[in-house]
Design a protein around this ligand. Structure first.
Ligand SMILES: Nc1ncnc2c1ncn2[C@@H]1O[C@H](COP(=O)(O)OP(=O)(O)O)[C@@H](O)[C@H]1O
Ligand SMILES: [Mg+2]
Length: 325
């Protein structure tokens, strides 16, 4: 419902016209070469269709793909495993920032750059395999926007697949909205709106400035990271997909994403469009204005699914109410 209204009001379109110049794709020749390569290979999924028998062949393959697709313009630095061990004190649990579906994230410090970083060590047997790793390195190197997290580098030594991001001191929106500790203050309304607008700008950039459009596929509150001024940045591009081109309306793909945030029509048909992300944006927007998690099994049964609860609430409540935060 809210999404329908957002779409009708053309909010996403409004955001793109306010984008600063530096937020355009940062290197048009790189853009063209990668897009041409993407078009030639039909889909980045082809990255995965090579069987790699040894660690060194996998590392060579990753390095050569990054060189080939990036045409030497990939800004992300290739780190050795040793450098990242030094940065994270051997991946010490004291440095652990959190763990997600794809691996663990550690806080690190790169001495040579005098920079704090977040180091994500992907599970060796996890879902984010070589293909998703490459997609994330390439896309984050190609795309530049103040509401997308910066990729500082990567490591593909041996069987390691590690991504090094800029460190976001305020963690994720989820932490400030849905997992508030007793000492944390809830976000005020203006801050919530600032975060919603910034996240929408990041999404609008992917959909409307990137060409071909990029469908993010994992828009959720834990992937919206907050810098020291609470500016939101989208992170985790391993599931991102290039959108339809040449007048097509959708791309057909295996259904991926996170339960609760994933658009029902995409979940049922596997037909992915930019609107699948817009649905997820709507879900996060509901989380932002209610402070409730999209799926919360600790609530009474009729309130466990936020989207259904809001629909029901809307149907049964004719008068305008404020939602109690
Ligand atoms: N660049 C970053 N800076 C600071 N914290 C981060 C960064 N990236 C991820 N994190 C933290 O690490 C945790 C795990 O992240 P992730 O592996 O992406 O899993 P998920 O998105 O499923 O929570 C998150 O709670 C997030 O707060
Ligand atoms: Mg994440």
């Amino acid at each position: 419902m809210i999404l329908g209204r957002l779409a009708k009001r053309g909010w996403m379109n409004c955001f793109s016209c306010c984008m600063p110049v530096e937020d355009s794709i940062h290197n048009s020749s790189l853009e063209n070469s990668i897009i041409q390569q993407y078009k030639d290979t039909k889909s980045p999924a082809q990255f995965a269709n090579i069987s790699l028998k040894t660690d060194s062949s996998r590392r060579r393959y990753i390095a050569s793909e990054i060189e080939k697709f990036g045409k030497g313009n990939i800004a992300a630095q290739a780190f050795t495993f040793r450098e990242l061990c030094l940065a994270t004190q051997n991946f010490d649990c004291e440095c652990l920032l959190g763990s997600g579906g794809f691996g663990k994230v550690y806080k690190g410090h790169i001495k040579s750059k005098n920079m704090d970083v977040a180091v994500k060590q992907l599970d060796r047997n996890g879902f984010q395999g070589t293909k998703e790793f490459l997609v994330e390195v390439l896309l984050l190197s190609l795309l530049r926007h103040s509401n997308l997290v910066n990729l500082i580098g990567y490591c593909s030594d041996g069987d390691q697949r590690i991504l090094v991001y800029e460190f976001m001191p305020n963690g994720s929106l989820e932490g400030h909205l849905l997992e508030l500790g007793p000492d944390n203050k809830p976000l005020d309304w203006d801050m919530r709106m600032k975060i919603a607008v910034g996240a929408a700008k990041g999404l609008a950039y992917l959909h409307e400035t990137a060409n071909p459009p990029v469908i993010y596929r994992d828009f959720k509150s834990s992937n919206i990271l907050l810098d020291d001024n609470f500016n939101p940045k989208l992170s985790d591009f391993g599931l991102a997909k290039l959108g339809p081109t040449g007048g097509r309306t959708h791309v057909s793909t295996r259904v991926m994403g996170t339960y609760g945030y994933c658009a029902p029509d995409y979940a049922c048909t596997g037909k992915l469009t930019v609107k699948s992300d817009v649905y997820s944006f709507g879900v996060v927007f509901l989380e932002i204005i209610t402070g409730r998690r999209v799926i919360d099994s600790s609530r009474p049964s009729e309130e466990q699914n936020l989207v259904k609860w809001i629909h029901c609430w809307e149907r049964t409540t004719r008068r305008r109410h404020c939602i109690k935060l």
